[in-house]
Each structure stands twice: as C-alpha cells, then as structure tokens.
Write a protein that binds this ligand. Sequence first.
Ligand code: PAF
Length: 281
Amino acid sequence: MQVFKTKKELIDTLSANVSTSKSLGLVPTMGALHKGHISLIDKANKENNTVVVSIFVNPTQFNNQEDLEKYPKTLEKDIALIKTVSDQIIIYSPSIKEIYDGNVASENYNFGELASVMEGEFRAGHFNGVGTIVEELLTSVKPNKAYFGEKDFQQLQIINKLVQLKKIPVEIIGCPIVREENGLAMSSRNERLSKKTRNDASFIYKTLQNAKIKFGTKSALEVINWVESEFLKKENFKLEYFQIAETTTLTPIEKKIKNKKYRAFIAVFVDDVRLIDNIAL
Ligand code: PAF
C-alpha cells in the first residue's frame, strides 16, 4: 500500500501513474472507516484505474471541540480495511500543518439556503469547513470522479454547489446509505454507543420509515408533529430536528407540491452522541 503524508509526494506519484486517458477516483474520508466507506471505496475501485482515499480529520468542520477530540483515529486499522478492497489504492493521510500551513481557518462560501437549514443551522461554520477541505482535495488530487455517502445528504448537495461555484471539473457521485442489520445508518460515531444504545438507536430509522408511510396520506406538518411526539416518549433520545425538504434545494416544505421530490432529515442525540439520517419520501 502506498501511504502519503505530503501533497508533493502524492501529486508526484499521481502524475507518474495517471495518464490523461485513464480515470482517477477520490474518496475523501475522516478515517475510522466502516462498511459505508468501504462501499464508496469499492465503487470507486470498480469505476476508476487509480483510486485515492484521503484520511484527514478536518478541524475546521467541527463546531464542537469535544467532538473533534473524541473523533476516533484508527489509521492502521483503516489501512488494513482499504487493503481488503485493493492493495493498489493510494492513501493520502496529511497532517493539519500540511493542509492548513499554520492558518487553520475556513474559506467563507456562499452556499445560500443550502447551508442555512438543518446541519447548517445547528452546526455553525460546519459547511465552510467541509467546503474548504473538499476544495483543497479536489484541486490538488484533480480526480475525474469523487465519491460521497448520502448519509450526509446535505453535505452532498453542498459539494455539488461547491464544484459549480468554483467550476471544478469533477463528477460528484452520491452513494446510498449503508445500514447496520437493525437499520441504524453506518457512522464512525456508532462506535461511541453502548451495545444497548446502538440497538435502541434503530428507532431512528424505524421512525423515518413510518414517517415515509404517513407522508403518503398526511400533511407534512402532521408528519413532523408525529415524529416529534414519538421522540418525546424516548428518554435517552433528544431530537434536534426533523425536517422534510425538497431534495435538491433542501428548502423546507411548507405544503406538498405535486411532482416535487422530498426527503426527510433527522438529527438526534442518543445519550451524548449526535446521529443523523435521512430517507427519500
Ligand atoms: O463526510 C466526511 O467524512 C467529511 O465531511 C469529508 C467529506 C471527508 C470532509 O472532511
């Protein structure tokens, strides 16, 4: 496995490896890899001649210092897991200094409403941090395709907007959510849940599935009220938001409009771990 710590080493290797006729895929991650990441890496590996997986816990996208400190760092395990897909995959694991060169700050983007709702509302500055690192990775690695999971659906739409704003020539590929057997969306944060809580957390996806059924016959407001009342009954769950929004603009729904596509989004604290999920309606 080739593991690079500096941009120069990575770029030198890529320019030697990738001729213009071949395709390069990038899978940006923050490490602590699980089956959700592996599905992205696997897809990238099938669709490209060369694949780079970046592993970088990006400080500027954390609005909570404790969350950043608790973020699991498991590089050796991650490398071993990537190797199960292919030992030809290139790993880029830079330091904070390599990326930010002493100025650990985000660029200010104009993502419009996409960045002011849901995660944008509850995690101040988060999407500027995501935009900063993703722009840095896309412009230095210069992939033909970059892969992101739909669990972070709002992030995916922000990245689509980023490449449009900055005119970055890359195809952004959204990949379906991978779930644990009980329905809980795979996330590095699941590791912080006790066995019992991890089991209880299946309630989040079950509620989304029921909300989807109700959305067939009830108004958006009725569905929102129903979800909120369900979470009030659960002692160790604290619902941060449940929102139904139009799929591409993420404009929160006021009234159902025929032929528009909607998605339901949720953020919940289970004990002190913040989990997010979403479902197409
Ligand atoms: O989804 C993530 O893991 C991160 O937000 C990303 C896209 C790797 C940027 O740090």
